[in-house]
Design a protein around this ligand. Structure first.
Ligand SMILES: [Cu+2]
Length: 219
């Protein structure tokens, strides 16, 4: 008869069965709690949508910095006076960056040619907004003693690309006239400039040269 009454046959077995009936559910609950707690933690899943984490995930894989930005930054650092500093900002002494804005001023009063360069690259940028035919600028280099003679030859009929100047031996170098936002580059053979000579750069847009001018130093 007692065989059919189940597995518990002694008081000791009954005691274990009762204890197990309490302890097993408690152990299961504790384990479940830990399992759910761990779901939150691995790799900080709960932080996945913080601003920092989102920005980290959508961060661009690279960025591009264009050269004009760098030129503008270099020009901003120097004030209006010292060409040597303009070139110091540009590591290569054979490259000269110079600019002018709608206020009819170059960003420097001095540019410096290094006679050992042979050929110097001159980058000129119009940082203003006026179009070339209304407020264009350029860079012309002359011997200072020929300044008046050269500006007397300015003639708008010659066109913007000529800098409104004829091809004249007194014009040692010139760029075309450019408008706001434009940039122009010329190569200048600096071997024809004498060390210690007196040279001037100017803008040959009619009326500008009286204030848009500066010294070219040859070192
Ligand atoms: Cu000008």
């Amino acid at each position: 008869m007692s065989d059919t009454e189940g597995p518990i046959k002694t008081p000791k077995q009954l005691l274990y069965a009762v204890l197990a009936a309490f302890l097993v559910p408690i152990v299961i609950i504790v384990l479940l709690t830990q399992y759910v707690g761990n779901l939150k933690n691995p790799s900080n899943a709960s932080d996945a949508y913080t601003e920092e984490k989102v920005l980290e995930r959508i961060a661009p894989i690279g960025s591009i910095r264009t050269e004009p930005v760098k030129v503008a930054a270099a020009a901003d650092q120097v004030s209006l006076s010292d060409g040597a500093d303009v070139q110091k900002a540009n590591a290569d002494p054979c490259i000269i960056d110079i600019s002018a804005a709608d206020n009819m001023m170059f960003n420097t009063n001095t540019i410096r040619f290094d006679s050992t360069c042979g050929e110097t690259t001159l980058n000129f940028k119009h940082t203003g907004k006026l179009p070339a035919n209304a407020g264009g600028h350029n860079v012309v280099i002359v011997e200072s003693q020929n300044f008046d003679s050269v500006v007397s030859k300015i003639d708008m009929k010659l066109g913007e690309d000529s800098g409104y100047l004829p091809n004249d031996p007194q014009v040692l170098a010139k760029t075309g006239i450019i408008g706001g936002g434009q940039q122009i580059t010329i190569k200048i053979n600096t071997s024809k400039f004498k060390k210690g000579g007196d040279y001037t750069f100017l803008c040959s847009f009619p009326g500008h040269y009286s204030i848009m001018k500066g010294k070219v130093l040859i070192s």
